[in-house]
Design a protein around this ligand. Sequence first.
Ligand code: NAD
Length: 329
Amino acid sequence: MAILVTGGAGYIGSHTVAELLDRGEEVVVLDSLVTGHRESLLGGKLYVGDLRDKEILAKLFAENDIEAVIHFAASSLVGESMKDPVKYYDNNVYGTQCLLEGMQKAGVDKIVFSSTAATYGEPEKVPIEETDRTQPSNVYGETKLTMERMMSWFDKVLGIKYVALRYFNAAGAHASGKIGEDHRPESHLIPLVLQTALKQRESIAVFGDDYPTEDGTCIRDYIHVSDLADAHIRAVTYLRSGSGSNVFNLGNGLGFSVKEVIETAKEVTGLDIPVAIQERRAGDPAVLVASSDKARSVLGWNPSRADLKEIIRSAWNWHSSHPQGYGEA
Ligand code: NAD
């Protein structure tokens, strides 16, 4: 039986596909390649198509014996979601509805969902726990929470079991050096810092250095993409064992400050990384860190690449050997 990975040609999806293949799983990928890259797939059977295309979904489920789905395919830029909410409801919410409909018709009853810690909005406290209030502060987070709620009703009514994994920033690259992060446009701190080291950008913008943190810059949570892949696969195992639906945060301890990331990147690359201090951005909390106590105790998830230097070293290994990512756009 196979595992269907939607968005499997994306950043986190491709690392999850690599990990599944390493573990001897049969993998089917559905990806429209809207932000993903065909070259990022180290194996598996790729269907190039859109989640919202019910025909391709029906064909895929008819041609393969799918046991479970890992669902990454989504639009995920916070800023864009605040300019074009229709795109986010259409791709994320309606796309998930089509996927669940396809699963129902094919009798597939397990789904692991790549959610986000943006479902919490401005946290009441840190580290954030799964029982904390969910009050998204942007359209992207709202659509992800709506997708979770949709899954919860599909469980209650149709018995489709789900695990939602909520996390902040994926980072790092595969140990092989063959695949890594190539978002266009790039909005994540670590690749932006490393592109500055490669002189592809003049400087790295730091938004505010007067926050109530030790060095004045914001503290954020970064998790190695291969540790995320491991968590998604553990969630499949959890559902395979007959466990009910559940929600888990995936976090990395105390988090790291923006300055810490830049200083560590200087150390790892041995290169200069010019910094431009700018005004604080509206709605940027000082600290965003998720507690992963529940994932550790229930899923047995124990991130083995939690060290910031190791995360940046693996990202540098990819960026320095692939300065144009997967190639010209
Ligand atoms: P990505 O853009 O690299 O991957 C998304 C993939 O989905 C791409 O390959 C894209 O082509 C595909 N896709 C999008 N819409 C599709 C559709 N309608 N039909 C078929 N394929 C479609 O993004 P990523 O950084 O790998 O993120 C993957 C998932 O993880 C997203 O759902 C995102 O919300 C979530 N997430 C990411 C982060 C992060 O730091 N990158 C953090 C938390 C959650």
